[in-house]
Design a protein. Structure first.
Length: 400
């Protein structure tokens, strides 16, 4: 049995701080707005939808108590609709889609909604604590270090200079600016308040006036904590061939902290017949892969290889790639490791320009990819994200 994506939509992304336009909008409201849009757009018989699977990383406060079920209840889809919230860190939104696809392919379910949400202005990263970084008995044996230092470690080992990562960041901003001007973000919806007045109608973090000189003026974000906090020493202890960490990442070449949500309608062929909706894409293969938890962010390439090998494809069979720009060095290593040209990767910009709402990003990338495959009349695409703790996730789709 095949699993199809019938649609994938997302909200605009607001800056994830107290000045961000979506600071006053709850994450439940963000998800509910998408559920209502999906229902109205397709005149959807909501009784057909069996479950909502949402990724969310920081599951406390506004995002606690199973936000998937909270949003399902608020959506007026009906009391039958269930909800489950999962956490695979930055891969959560894509993991939700992959789990939905597994339910469909197994025959256990016919139609589900999967995606994610993160309101980073209202619920701060790390608010949920956790032993991975907080408990010395766990962190020390695992050589755990902050992700930014892991990114700088990759840049040091691979030889990426400050100018290299800044040039990648500039390209992300330029591509996002061009995509915005050309109205390519077809899967995006505006957010309005309860009175119907606009709250945010564009992705708030895009900076059209970004220059290499401006990026070059920014101070490295992780140098002080690396040196004063001892994390550089931990990284070098794990990688003794490295004499000194070259701290090249900063706010301008790392993923922006934003608010946002995304959902996808995932179902069987029979579900599509019942809805009267044609599928937009078919899920061909999915994979996860574990990597060293110190360098942490190297999972996209091996996860992608694994997903490709499962179905007898190679990297040259993929038309477009979406590689999450957690830090500039992450997609740069992916492109070098798999020998993929930048012209096929993140063609409309990525999280450096547009932002990375942790639990939602994987699903956002799915919608972005499907939109662009349709626009260019191409066939195949691959989405991949690095994940905290040393993991990677990948999903391969084929346009229908």
């Amino acid at each position: 049995m095949e699993a199809y994506i019938y649609d994938a939509i997302r909200t605009v992304r607001g800056k994830g701080n107290k000045k961000g336009a979506l600071m006053g909008t709850t994450p439940t409201y963000l998800v509910t707005a998408l559920l209502n849009e999906l229902r109205d757009k397709h005149n959807l018989d909501t009784e057909l939808v069996e479950d909502v699977i949402l990724g969310c990383v920081t599951q406390v406060m506004d995002q606690g108590a199973n936000i998937a079920k909270t949003a399902a209840q608020q959506s007026n889809y009906g009391d039958h609709l269930c909800g489950v919230t999962l956490n695979r860190f930055c891969g959560s939104g894509l993991e939700a889609i992959n789990q939905a696809a597994a339910y469909v392919k197994s025959g256990f379910s016919e139609l589900l909604i999967a995606g994610g949400v993160e309101s980073m202005s209202r619920v701060k990263m790390g608010s949920d604590g956790g032993a991975l970084m907080m408990d010395p008995s766990v962190a020390l044996p695992g050589h755990a270090i902050p992700q930014g230092i892991s990114a700088d470690l990759i840049a040091t080992i691979d030889g990426y200079s400050r100018q290299d990562v800044d040039e990648f960041a500039l390209a992300s901003q330029q591509r996002a600016t061009a995509a915005e001007a050309d109205k390519r973000f077809k899967s995006r919806i505006d957010i309005h308040d309860i009175n119907g007045l606009p709250v945010l109608q564009t992705d708030e973090n895009i900076r059209p006036n970004t220059t290499l000189e401006g990026l070059g003026s920014l101070s490295p974000s992780f140098e002080m904590i690396g040196q004063m906090g001892g994390f550089d020493a931990v990284a070098i202890d794990r990688y003794p061939e490295v004499e000194k960490i070259n701290h090249v990442h900063h706010a301008g070449n790392s993923s922006a902290i934003v608010d946002g949500s995304a959902i996808a309608l995932v179902g069987s062929k029979e579900a599509g017949n019942k809805m009267g909706i044609a599928p937009r894409a078919k899920i061909l293969s999915v994979a996860v892969y574990g990597t060293d938890p110190t360098i942490m962010l190297t999972g996209p390439a091996p996860a992608s290889r694994k997903a490709l090998e499962k179905i007898g494809m190679n990297v040259n069979d993929i038309d477009l790639f979406e590689v999450n720009e957690a830090f500039a060095a992450v997609p740069m290593r992916f492109m070098n490791e798999l020998n993929v040209d930048h012209s096929k990767v993140n063609v409309n910009g990525g999280a450096i320009a547009l932002g990375h709402p942790l639990g939602a990003t994987g699903c956002i990338l799915m919608g972005t990819l499907i939109d662009e495959l349709e626009r260019r009349d191409l066939a195949t695409g691959l989405i991949t994200l690095c994940i905290g703790g040393g993991m990677g996730i990948a999903t391969i789709i084929e346009r229908v």
